[in-house]
Unconditional design. Structure first.
Length: 220
């Protein structure tokens, strides 16, 4: 899979290294030549494109026309929105990811601006802290489909209606699916006959409309 990352800061370079290690083809875009000079070894094997990712010419030079994913992860929300919109409208990129730096701007990161998946670091950190201090809470980790669906997490308590039950015995709505369990720091791939235990971290992909029903089943 070909991935183009706009923004070669610490976030972009880390993503590039991880994606490259996973076998993907990665191109980093940054408008400062000095960034490439300083960090070429930091992402060895990654292609670099120096230029403004908000300009069509730069995206063309970076090969966005045949990219599978474009990730706009600069430190500027306006730039990230413009990059995502150009990637969608001018190049027809199948999937775009936008980094939200300021939480008040998250509402703009939707399909109208060409963003398929938005990642809000402030909201994500808040959700993780909330989950840590409020065991058993229903915590939304990631918005998908312009907020119509999301990835949520619940740590089951002893009083949870789901504790001690098999997944296929739960009265979960059709608009959700349990995608993973974290048990004793190990990831468990769930099946219908998988039993849920108190202390399990349950990751659920769910639509916004079905969240209340999922909350009822997993939290009570």
């Amino acid at each position: 899979m070909k991935v183009v990352i706009a923004g070669a800061g610490s976030v972009g370079r880390y993503m590039a290294r991880q994606l490259l290690a996973a076998g993907h083809t990665v191109t980093l875009i940054d408008q400062l030549p000095s960034v490439r000079q300083r960090h070429t070894d930091d992402a060895d094997g990654v292609a670099w494109c120096v230029g403004d990712a908000c300009e069509v010419d730069t995206l063309t030079a970076a090969g966005v026309s045949d990219a599978d994913v474009v990730a706009a992860v600069t430190g500027d929300d306006e730039d990230n929105l413009v990059i995502a919109l150009l990637s969608k409208q001018e190049f027809g990129v199948p999937r775009t990811v936008g980094r939200v730096n300021h939480p008040n701007n998250e509402w703009m990161f939707n399909d109208m601006w060409g963003v398929d998946v938005s990642v809000s670091t402030p909201h994500l950190l808040t959700a993780v802290v909330e989950e840590a201090v409020n065991i058993g809470s229903f915590v939304r980790l990631l918005n998908l489909g312009a907020g119509k669906a999301g990835l949520a997490e619940v740590t089951l308590t002893e009083s949870s209606p789901a504790a001690g039950s098999r997944i296929d015995a739960l009265d979960l709505p059709r608009e959700c699916t349990i995608v993973a369990l974290i048990r004793d720091r190990h990831v468990v791939v769930p099946r219908g006959d998988t039993g849920l235990l108190a202390g399990d971290e349950v990751l659920v992909l769910v639509t916004r409309d079905a969240e209340a029903d999922v909350h009822r089943v997993l939290v009570g």
